[in-house]
Design a protein around this ligand. Structure first.
Ligand code: NI
Length: 232
């Protein structure tokens, strides 16, 4: 082949070749990394809703610690801009504390709970072409399954038992970016806000038999994940 013909065919090939970096229809992206759930945990005051003291407002509030676990994303690209993404993770565990109530023995660590917050989102990548940097935004639906609510030993000694927190459905929003290291391997960073609201109840038969307290918690966490991804 003449050199000029080779050049022409390489040029034609480069025009015909798909853009290396943009995600394209049918791509499956799997990401794994460290994911941190940092609850805002704004709550109502703690109210007694069952037992002889029902109706008493104890004041105070509930707080939750943050936790870091293994985060996973599974994304499927519908075209080069739009995709569907599932967030999964290993179970999160948060300490739950009660602060500032009128009942001194109620203040301090109440216990802990675990949760899984699977989230299904639509994601949009605005950039075309050869940019190795591919930012995106997303919005979707979260279901948070709360389980293994546990009263700590100190709270147990103060008569607390039967801690429960309701599961939650809510909206989820995210911004993130992939940076393509090769055609297939990327580093990723993302931030999410998920509307998680729960009502927690705990019983205390030491205060008075049949006493139950209730608190509404806007968990509403910011969620941060950094990790590596692979595009299939
Ligand atoms: Ni909320």
């Amino acid at each position: 082949m003449h050199k000029s013909a080779l050049c022409a065919s390489l040029f034609a090939l480069s025009l015909a070749a798909p853009l290396a970096y943009a995600h394209t229809a049918g791509d499956i992206i799997v990401r794994a990394g460290a994911i941190t759930v940092n609850p805002k945990a704004d709550s109502s005051s703690v109210k007694v809703d069952q037992g002889p003291l029902a109706g008493a407002d104890l004041g105070g509030k509930a707080t939750m610690s943050s936790d870091t676990q293994l985060g996973l994303n599974f994304a499927y690209m519908i075209d080069s801009h739009w995709g569907i993404e599932l967030l999964a993770a290993s179970p999160f565990e948060h300490d739950v504390k009660i602060k500032g109530t009128a009942l001194g023995a109620a203040n301090g660590k109440l216990g802990s709970l675990k949760h899984l917050p699977p989230t299904l989102s639509v994601v949009y990548y605005p950039l075309d072409g050869k940019s190795a940097f591919q930012p995106y935004v997303g919005a979707g639906i979260n279901y948070t399954w709360i389980y293994d609510e546990n009263v700590g030993s100190e709270a147990q000694a103060n008569g607390f038992s039967n801690f429960k927190a309701e599961n939650s459905w809510g909206m989820a929003f995210q911004v993130g970016a992939d940076y393509m290291l090769t055609d297939n391997v990327m580093i990723n960073a993302q931030v999410r806000y998920i509307d998680i609201d729960t009502t927690a109840t705990v019983e205390n038969n030491a205060v008075a038999p049949g006493t139950r307290a209730k608190v509404d918690v806007d968990v509403d966490p910011f969620i941060y994940m950094v990790g590596l991804g692979y595009k299939f």
